[in-house]
Design a protein around this ligand. Structure first.
Ligand SMILES: C[S@@+](CC[C@H](N)C(=O)[O-])C[C@H]1O[C@@H](n2cnc3c(N)ncnc32)[C@H](O)[C@@H]1O
Length: 305
């Protein structure tokens, strides 16, 4: 599905269009990658040479694939999170607004190239969102909800959702994503607070969920100064989440941290299950056809018994 030069092939592009998806990777090379969001392109680069190569190859690839785009944005992938900046427009009309809408399996998601380093949708979670739709949960807890893309997928399948994120702005964009898809937010809750504190409160109230999403950032600091470091804190996060998990529920463990690959997630999950005396099987979604092996987030699903 990916050619030797790193570009997705014509069949895959056709498959995406046929299934109503226009948010996906286009190309992956050593020091960069390119994603499509509707008619806009986002280049992420670790070296300027990689950005230049991707821009040059895009013209050739777009011509040969009859692919039309309007703008190209580019962002530098700085090593430190605090040095990461919003993408810059490098091709296209600078007077147009910086927002657009992208589709994934006919669901719509707001994209904002001016909101920060992340534009609103993580395309590497596509298969996990598909699985949420397949499970068709009754009550989904979305921790680190960001723009609530998992919740929109669940709500579309009939779930009620509880969305927790430190960022009020992200949750506002989450509500907008519900509206974009004609989904009312009446039965959905949005809490702007620290996940760890909210999990404790929910456990105290005896709340239960049949799907829990745990896709934390590598590092974060809450306004009260509390830090979250995924390598150290994921296990405690899962132990707390297990208390809210019904029998036969599903929990997604996912991370972008390159030191925590699938095997490490599984080892960590086994410790947490033992500590809470719960039993589960592990499920993995199929590899993403637009990503080379090892690229993108690492994920496993726990299916509790
Ligand atoms: C990697 S993104 C989550 C992506 C999301 N799961 C998705 O697929 O769209 C990280 C999010 O976690 C939020 N966050 C970071 N630390 C947090 C904390 N301690 N409690 C709640 N939210 C937190 C950030 O505001 C950000 O929106």
């Amino acid at each position: 599905m990916i050619t030797k030069s790193g570009w997705i092939n014509a069949n895959l592009l056709r498959d995406f269009e046929a299934e109503g998806t226009d948010a996906h990777r286009l190309c992956t090379i050593e020091d960069g990658w390119m994603e499509r969001f509707g008619r806009d392109i986002l280049i992420s680069f670790k070296r300027v040479l990689a950005r230049e190569r991707l821009v040059n190859e895009l013209e050739w690839w777009a011509n040969s694939s009859k692919f039309k785009f309007e703008r190209i944005f580019a962002r530098f992938v700085a090593q430190k999170n605090e040095e990461r900046e919003p993408p810059r427009l490098i091709f296209g009309d600078p007077s147009e607004n910086l927002q657009t809408i992208a589709c994934e399996r006919h669901l719509k998601f707001g994209i904002d190239f001016g909101a920060g380093y992340s534009v609103g949708l993580f395309v590497d979670q596509r298969e996990n969102r598909r699985y949420v739709r397949h499970i068709s949960p009754k009550r989904l807890l979305n921790c680190f909800a960001y723009t609530c893309s998992f919740s929109v997928s669940a709500a579309y399948a009939g779930a009620v959702t509880l969305n927790v994120d430190l960022s009020k702005k992200a949750l506002t964009r989450g509500r907008e994503n519900f509206a974009l898809n004609g989904l009312s937010t009446i039965d959905h809750h949005f809490i702007a607070d620290d996940v760890m504190a909210v999990l404790r409160r929910l456990a105290h109230k005896g709340e239960k969920f049949d799907v829990i999403i745990l896709d934390p950032p590598t590092f974060s600091r809450s306004p009260k100064g509390k830090t979250f470091q995924v390598e150290n804190d994921f296990e405690k996060l899962l132990v707390d989440a297990l208390e809210l998990a019904e029998r036969d529920s599903h929990i997604l463990l996912s991370t972008n941290c390159f030191t925590l690959r699938e095997h490490a997630l599984e080892v960590m999950a086994r410790y947490a299950l033992k500590a809470t005396r719960r039993a589960a099987t592990f499920h993995r979604q199929p590899a993403l056809p637009d990503f080379p092996p090892g690229a993108g987030a690492s994920s496993i699903w726990l299916i509790l018994r």
